[in-house]
Design a protein around this ligand. Structure first.
Ligand code: CA
Length: 220
């Protein structure tokens, strides 16, 4: 899952980056509203963490512009303490959730998981496809109750597919959500990860839809 992190305070941005990367997200960053607006307008993110007090363009304006341009990614805003006006304005501008500074990293991670689930029509923290289960809280994957050990890239591919059951996901889309913008993106590496997943799961679990991409099929 790919996140946009928008925060102008360097120390907080660095600690957020570390915590989010440790949780398995790939991160693009902005430290001002103009860059944030551009990234959110041109790239596809699974969620955005948006500080409201930003240089160049404030977070509320950024959010309003995204929404009026039809950008629907889930956005969690970070607001200053004791500023309830900001929360109301943020939610009215199209924010999906908010956190008041200072906050606990665990709470941010839990809220992000919930936002991403709901954006994909999933209510439960455990993603399931037949006997295949992925617990987004523990990053644990099981098949018929047996643990399936995965590398972080294999996990990211499977998690993305499990968030979109029955849908065909193209290699380009997978690549976009598994690598940050700065990384060299090569959709051939996705084939490698899918190949490895097919060795660890029943081979029919990830179906290739010719010319279109991949689809998850409940394992037998
Ligand atoms: Ca700020």
């Amino acid at each position: 899952m790919r996140l946009l992190l928008v925060e102008d305070e360097p120390t907080l941005r660095a600690s957020l980056r570390t915590a989010l990367q440790d949780a398995g997200y790939v991160i693009d960053e902005a430290d001002n509203g103009r860059d944030a607006h551009f990234l959110g307008d041109t790239e596809n993110f699974d969620a955005v963490v948006l500080d409201l007090g930003l240089p160049v363009m404030d977070g509320l304006t950024v959010l309003k512009r995204w929404r009026s341009a039809g950008r629907t990614m889930p956005v969690l805003i970070l607001t200053a303490r004791d500023n309830w006006h900001e929360k109301v304005a943020g939610i009215d501008a199209g924010a999906d959730d908010y956190l008041t500074k200072p906050f606990h990293m665990e709470e941010l991670l839990a809220r992000l998981r919930a936002l991403i689930r709901r954006a994909n029509g999933q209510a439960s923290a455990v993603l399931q496809c037949g006997l295949l289960m992925l617990d987004t809280r523990t990053s644990r994957v099981t098949l018929d109750g047996q643990a399936v050990p995965l590398t972080s890239h294999e996990y990211k591919v499977l998690e993305y597919l499990l968030h979109r059951p029955h849908k065909v996901v193209s290699r380009t889309e997978l690549t976009e959500h598994i690598y940050a913008q700065d990384f060299e993106r090569d959709s051939n590496t996705i084939e490698v990860f899918v190949g490895r997943l097919r060795k660890k799961l029943p081979s029919t679990t990830i179906e290739t839809v010719r010319g279109m991409g991949y689809r998850l099929v409940p394992p037998p």
